[in-house]
Design a protein. Sequence first.
Length: 296
Amino acid sequence: MNGRWWRQPENFSKDVGKPEKSCSKSCCSNIEEFFDCTDETSIILDRKKAAPLYVVPRTVEKKLYKFVKGKNGDLFADYLLFEDSMKRAKVSWDDYSALTAEERDIYMAHLKAVKDRKLTYKDPKTGYIVMTVSVLLSRRCCGNGCRHCPKRLFRYEMSRHRTRPPYPGIIRRTRLVVVDNSALGKEANLSGKLAYCIHVCKRGYRKKHMPPAALGDKVLVAIRGEIKMAIIVGANVHYGHRKHGVPSTDSNNIILLNDDGNPMGNRILAPISSKLLVKRDKMQYNKVLSLATKFI
């Protein structure tokens, strides 16, 4: 029958026994008497006899890490993230004995922060704020080779496990970081809604096709509900599209221009590429280069 249920013939069911003497008849009558209750207060559920609630088992494939808010509003690692962070933070005695005095101080400061479920700690030598392994476990690897990176993906951009293909340059809807000290740029960077490109001001390879923007090109950006012109002073280019002698930055940096074509700020806060010095003969680029304090 392959596990299927088939209806039995009537003569077979009659031969089993009379319905008056069967157990199902008495059970049905008892069930009807049991549910024949109109008063809701008479139904009492005993807490001790209730079925227990079991915790959902942890899976190996997918781990959900969360942050918990403290009394002062600070974020801390939850218990699941705390357990996994402690496993990654501890090292063997052989590895600890091979560390220098400065590395041991950093290790103990990081281990104390992980035990307290903190997300950052202060470097005992430089005084900088460093992320713990709890933060790095709760997100994807950035590929920058962080100090306590649990994934060890130092050459992530050259890996075949990338989540998205590389872009040849700055295209439409690419997020940009304003590196001058203008009020509009500071507001966009602090709000978390960065400026994005909506048009590249140069001739394309084909008619009606917008080419990707490179270092030194002018773009039209949308920032805080306004449309402004900007000059690209730093481009995050994939290693497969980089040119010899042109440096690549970690983010796509721009300088905002006002309606007259002059820079909105009076100082550039980030180092810019020295490749832009080729265009210093042009008045507009000369004004931008005069605001820079460091070249790479």
